[in-house]
Design a protein around this ligand. Structure first.
Ligand SMILES: NC(=O)c1ccc[n+]([C@@H]2O[C@H](COP(=O)([O-])OP(=O)(O)OC[C@H]3O[C@@H](n4cnc5c(N)ncnc54)[C@H](OP(=O)(O)O)[C@@H]3O)[C@@H](O)[C@H]2O)c1
Ligand SMILES: *[C@@H]1O[C@H](CO)[C@@H](O)[C@H](O)[C@H]1NC(C)=O
Ligand SMILES: *[C@@H]1O[C@H](CO)[C@@H](O)[C@H](O)[C@H]1NC(C)=O
Ligand SMILES: *[C@@H]1O[C@H](CO)[C@@H](O)[C@H](O)[C@H]1NC(C)=O
Length: 317
């Protein structure tokens, strides 16, 4: 009985492995547009796909980032300056992409650009703090997607959205987790709507990785700045000791970060080049072994685990 079961499970993994190895043809003619290529995952993915021979159109926030990327890649890769919060910028870039891809359409759109700050307990922040993150991480993803979708549909291509394991488990206050839950929701409805058109939608859910957005110094500076702006009422309720232990806690997050970004970009590459991409990719051992399993646990249990492991204003007093 157990032998049969193990045989069946083995067979399932073997078939899945075989199915997931099938690669789409004519990769050298395929165009991929990526947002946020100045640094981190987007930058590495642009270089990786360029090496593999795909035609990369890289959206960068700054001219300096764009120049640096062009210096490190073949002359088939082209860059464009794109701030995903600017509607006009998005329509100009869409026209720019259209001129390049022509009748072939756009094979892949990777919504990667994102920010993590301001980040602090909810009560310390204002509506504007939430809006700042949602504007880039959620509304940016939505507007870029809506604008480029006709070109993706033409190619029967792929949309790859970078969410986070924080889009499955809300461990942080502020706009970040909300934005990533939003990306998950948007991707799910989009995938179902686009299935009839032959367009596939994949979500990438990385754990903690060493990039610009997990820079410890920036996080600590941000916490101090937000604390200074909170009301006397909030300062009294939380008190300075809590701020100090919260800053220390943020410092330990830095050590948890994985530095091999390929774990993430390999998932993105698979989503773009495999005949049968997955719907969700969790990248990093922390995501696979801790956060994703945790997201399936009963809420009361998760609440207790988080309470025991993070600084608390009451304990700090
Ligand atoms: N690192 C992690 O642990 C982790 C985990 C889960 C998910 N993610 C997600 O992965 C994605 C990539 O982040 P990363 O970790 O690679 O960090 P990163 O190195 O900071 O890359 C993000 C890129 O987006 C750019 N960007 C910021 N605002 C933009 C805007 N308004 N328009 C266009 N581009 C903009 C940034 O440009 P500047 O550098 O010039 O600001 C940067 O190049 C993000 O969506 C992030 O939420 C990261
Ligand atoms: C790119 O390369 C050029 C010429 O080699 C160099 O002058 C320039 O400083 C480089 N730019 C960046 C941002 O690395
Ligand atoms: C997007 O806006 C920036 C600054 O506002 C500008 O430098 C850039 O050329 C714009 N990109 C396009 C493709 O129009
Ligand atoms: C990073 O991860 C990739 C993909 O799993 C692996 O092939 C590579 O050897 C790793 N690199 C390092 C330096 O560990």
């Amino acid at each position: 009985m157990w032998l049969y079961l193990m045989g069946l499970i083995g067979l399932y993994y073997l078939l899945r492995w075989y199915r997931e190895r099938q690669v789409v043809s004519n990769l050298r003619d395929k165009y991929i547009f990526i947002t946020g290529c100045d640094s981190g995952f987007g930058n590495l993915l642009a270089r990786q796909l360029d090496l593999r021979g795909l035609r990369v159109l890289a959206g960068c926030l700054t001219e300096q980032g764009a120049e640096q990327l062009r210096n490190q890649t073949s002359n088939r890769l082209e860059t464009v300056i794109l701030d995903v919060t600017q509607t006009e910028n998005i329509s100009t870039v869409t026209q720019w992409v259209k001129e390049r891809v022509g009748d072939r359409g756009l094979w892949g759109l990777v919504n990667n650009a994102g920010i993590a700050l301001p980040l602090a307990p909810n009560e310390w922040m204002t509506k504007q703090d939430f809006m700042k993150i949602l504007d880039v991480n959620l509304l940016g993803v939505i507007e870029v997607t809506l604008s480029l979708l006709p070109l993706v549909r033409k190619a029967k291509g792929r949309v790859v959205n970078v969410a986070s394991i924080m889009g499955r488990l809300s461990l942080l206050g502020g706009g970040y987790c909300i934005s990533k839950y939003g990306v998950e929701a948007f991707s799910d409805s989009l995938r179902r709507e686009l299935f009839p058109f032959g367009v596939k939608v994949a979500v990438i859910e990385p754990g903690f990785f060493k990039t610009g957005i997990t820079d410890k110094e920036k996080h600590v500076q941000n916490l101090r700045k937000i604390w200074d702006q909170t009301s006397p009422e909030v300062k009294k309720a939380y008190n300075k000791k809590f701020l100090d232990s919260y800053i220390k806690y943020t410092g330990t997050m830095d050590k948890m970060c994985e530095s091999n970004l390929s774990l993430v970009t390999d998932c993105m590459e698979h989503a773009l080049t495999a005949c049968y991409p997955r719907t969700r990719y969790s990248a990093g051992w922390d995501a696979k072994l801790v956060y994703l399993p945790m997201s399936y646990l009963p809420t009361a249990l998760v609440d207790t685990m988080v309470y025991l492991n993070s600084p608390s204003p009451v304990k700090a007093q």
